[in-house]
Design a binder for this molecule. Structure first.
Ligand code: CO
Length: 354
């Protein structure tokens, strides 16, 4: 398994002879299967997946090339891992994340046989660069979100409830092959569209309302994230003007993307457009975030971010302007940072008028 080999090499480079993966999404990343509780990667030989009975058969069927250890109800997971660490002769064990209880338990059981050190950044340095297999799945997840958004544009009209629009979107994505939604669908209308996390409630959409629709599909555990803003009916000139401003901010940011660029500079490319127009205070969040197995993951694109963008990152670019009482506008696309430029994975269509 290629990812395991890269992890081993990174461990070796940093002087570790084993890695304990305890974060469930990281385990999924390395094993290709959900449901295991821990993954122990020694510097050679088979890696071990630890699985409770409830998920044992599924992991055995879906995770290829691993030794799958059943953790019995009466057994302590950390005691079992510690036993194997000792038996394999691992002396310097890196791990991603352990809660305090698990950390204490494994330390106690190891009794000094191996040194434990948190090295979550090793895993993130892998996960943030998407490989070819991942990109194929992410393209599919992005396409499915586009299907949902096209449906939103088709069905949206004054008089509909927010949840009815969400139902149509989710049905369309599911019907085209989505495994589920990447997160709770947002259909925030009228004054509620000024809440970036407005969710979706039992509100009737009125003519002239701004409607922010933020959706994502999931395909083989990979997620997508996309936002469009529509107006139910005729947009006003102020709505149009703000929309064009957000669109311009997004375009400037996407143009600024290239490998090696500071994420904070990409944020600034969009933010300065909105600031110059006098709405800096109304852009109340960062410009974007990485997407992959999780909907929010490194790198972060914000004024405070210390990240640099690299070829293989998949990030969102989502400027917004939110005016209390008036409503909000956000446009979000998923972008792949490639060697020379940025490629949009979500469709290049805009629809202020529904
Ligand atoms: Co997003």
């Amino acid at each position: 398994m290629k990812r395991i080999e890269i992890l081993r090499q990174s461990c070796l480079d940093k002087g570790f002879d084993g890695f304990l993966v305890a974060n469930e999404i990281n385990i999924l990343y390395f094993s290709g299967a959900p449901g295991a509780s821990c993954l122990l990667v020694p510097d050679g030989g088979e890696s071990i997946l630890y699985v409770y009975g409830v998920n044992y058969e599924q992991v055995k069927a879906e995770a290829k090339g691993f030794r799958v250890e059943l953790v019995k109800r009466e057994e302590n997971l950390m005691a079992k891992v510690a036993e194997h660490v000792r038996a394999l002769g691992i002396r310097r064990l890196a791990f991603d994340t352990l809660n305090v209880e698990s950390y204490r338990a494994i330390s106690r059981k190891l009794r000094g046989a191996a040194k434990l050190k948190p090295q979550g950044s090793i895993v993130w340095s892998l996960r943030r660069i998407k490989d070819m297999d991942e990109l194929e799945l992410m393209r599919r997840a992005a396409e499915l979100a586009c299907e949902g958004m096209k449906t939103a544009q088709e069905v949206l009209r004054p008089g509909m409830m927010e949840y009815e629009v969400a139902a149509e979107i989710e049905y369309a994505m599911r019907n085209k092959g989505s495994w589920g939604t990447a997160f709770e669908t947002i259909v925030a209308s009228g004054a509620r569209s000024a809440y970036p996390h407005g969710g979706c409630v039992d509100r009737k959409i009125q003519a002239g309302d701004l409607v922010v629709i933020d959706i994502g599909a999931s395909y083989r555990h990979y997620r997508s994230d996309m936002t469009r803003t529509f107006v139910a009916g005729e947009p006003s000139s102020k709505q149009k003007q703000l929309y064009e401003l957000v669109k311009l901010a997004q375009e400037k940011a996407i143009k600024a993307i290239k490998p090696g660029v500071k994420a904070s500079d990409v944020d600034a490319a969009a933010r300065s457009v909105i600031e110059k127009a006098g709405y800096g205070e109304n852009f109340v969040h960062g410009l974007g975030h990485g997407v992959g197995l999780e909907v929010h993951e490194p790198p972060t694109i914000s004024p405070q971010s210390m990240d640099k963008l690299e070829s293989g990152n998949v990030v969102t670019i989502e400027p917004g302007i939110y005016l209390v009482g008036f409503g909000g506008i956000r446009i979000e696309d998923m972008v792949l940072v490639s060697e020379f430029n940025a490629e949009k994975l979500t469709d290049d269509f805009y629809g202020l008028e529904a």
